[in-house]
Design a protein around this ligand. Structure first.
Ligand code: ACO
Length: 427
């Protein structure tokens, strides 16, 4: 028997349907709330509000579970590669070997960027933050691809997916090349996607470059761990912007801006900066732990806490293990890592953090591993964006294919009630 929820307001009773998801998540469907009762709900930060039904990602923050299309993040990170997982996230099923090969071949068709994009990137100062530049360049791609995608047409949608996967990776690395004053590099269609990331970033015209396979494998895993995370701030932004039928590049550009903030993807950069500051000030991790607990101090322990995970972030567990392995293989002995370990140890037994269920999140370790791989600090969030791209595309596609209505929340107005206009001389 289907469940219902009863609401009593001003002495009247209203009944609302209850929706139950695949994993038994329960939601009260309030679609008819306002028309039936005249009232709306208020939920700042959307802590209790589902914005959509989605078949892409399941996460259980209490149990520390993350799955893409039903497959556990642990199995995917242990067995698949990033393009394979991207295909899964975007199209719903793991690709066959043939489909995966075709996907990579089709992405390669679009890896060349219009040379006029270079004029745009030249307009930025060298010290511009790469995330700001990436957001602008992604939006600028619209100018070179003005035709909007017909989401009903599978072939067109597939081409748009391949194009976005191809071009976003290249322009993401260009933001770094620009900041370093290096010539912009081109994708090499004879090499793999993640290997190309390293080449695009670090290969110089002055000498041969060979990407370290340990680094490529570690990055591949990191990208998989970031591939989707259901309705987080940047993904909700992508869906919201796309709900007005703005194009894929414009929607993803907005997602990049949302991801940039230090409370979201920008935390990976903030974690590293925090660890560096602790090191510079004598390495006393406990002092910073006390600062984080002090309500009169705005300082927060970056990389700790999560809106949905009230248990260990499953991605953090995998990254922590990967960080140990990669650092050992590369022979990196980073004192910053010891500070991170000390902070984690202390926080995990500290009453403040324990009672608020504040565990290390994905960003706590990703920064450490990126640093060991030789990635510059202000590119950390760009790497997050590269990893999250398949999720943004999948969510945009799902929202459009499901013909979701334009996103338009309501509000409770608390400003002045109607008042008479006051002329200048009387103000
Ligand atoms: N350090 C110290 N205290 C914290 C932290 C932290 N990192 N995070 C939360 N708290 C405290 C809050 O002060 C609050 O305490 P109170 O109940 O005494 O007022 C309580 O824990 C709950 O915090 P909220 O801010 O209400 O939790 P919310 O779910 O809104 O925020 C967030 C989650 C934004 C991630 C928060 O934990 C935070 O700012 N963390 C640091 C930034 C960070 O690492 N962001 C990356 C998130 S992962 C991602 O986006 C990929």
């Amino acid at each position: 028997m289907s469940k219902t929820a009863i609401l009593e307001l001003d002495g009247n009773k209203y009944e609302f349907p209850v929706i139950v998801g695949t994993e038994n998540e329960v939601a009260i469907d309030i679609d008819k709330l306002r028309s039936a009762t005249g009232a709306i709900t208020i939920d700042p930060g959307y802590k209790n509000s589902g914005s959509c039904k989605s078949e892409i990602t399941f996460l259980d923050g209490e149990e520390g579970i993350l799955r893409y299309r039903g497959y556990s993040i642990e199995q995917l990170a242990g067995n698949a590669n990033f393009l394979e997982v991207s295909y899964l996230v975007i199209f719903g099923e793991l690709p066959t070997a043939k489909q995966l090969e075709q996907f990579e071949t089709d992405i390669r068709k679009y890896t060349l960027i219009n040379e006029e994009m270079k004029n745009i990137i030249d307009g930025f100062p060298k010290n511009a933050h790469p995330m700001g530049v990436l957001s602008c360049l992604t939006s600028a791609l619209t100018a070179f691809n003005p035709k909007s995608v017909n989401v009903e047409n599978e072939k067109e949608m597939y081409e748009a997916v391949c194009k976005t996967m191809a071009k976003f990776l290249v322009i993401a690395t260009w933001t770094y090349r620009k900041s370093m004053g290096y010539p912009l590099n081109y994708y090499d269609n004879t090499k793999g996607y993640v290997e190309n990331f390293m080449r695009l970033m670090f290969e110089l015209p002055t000498g041969p470059y060979a990407a370290n396979p340990t680094i490529v494998a570690a990055l591949d895993k990191l990208f998989i761990l970031h591939a989707d995370h259901e309705q987080n701030c940047s993904t909700s932004t992508v869906r919201m912007v796309g709900s007005s039928h703005a194009g894929l590049f414009a929607s993803i550009s907005a997602g990049v801006s949302a991801l940039w903030g230090p409370l979201h993807g920008g935390a990976n950069q903030a974690v590293l900066e925090m660890l560096e500051e602790i090191q510079k000030n004598g390495g006393d991790a406990d002092k910073y732990l006390e600062k984080a607990k002090d309500k009169n101090d705005p300082f927060r322990l970056m990389g700790f806490g999560h809106r949905v995970y009230k248990n260990f972030d499953p991605r953090a567990k995998i990254i922590k293990k990967a960080a140990d392995e990669v650092l050992a293989t590369l022979g990196v002995n980073d004192p910053i890592l010891n500070i991170a370990k000390k902070l984690e140890e202390s926080a995990l037994v500290d009453e403040y953090f324990v009672s608020r269920k504040l565990y290390p999140n994905v960003d706590f370790y990703s920064g450490i591993i990126y640093r060991a791989l030789g990635i510059p600090t202000d590119m950390f969030t760009v790497l997050f964006a590269i990893g999250r791209l398949p999720g943004w595309i999948a969510q945009w596609k799902e929202m459009r294919v499901n013909k979701e209505p334009i996103g338009r929340p309501r509000q409770v107005y608390t400003g002045p009630a109607l008042r008479e206009f006051v002329p200048f001389e009387k103000r």
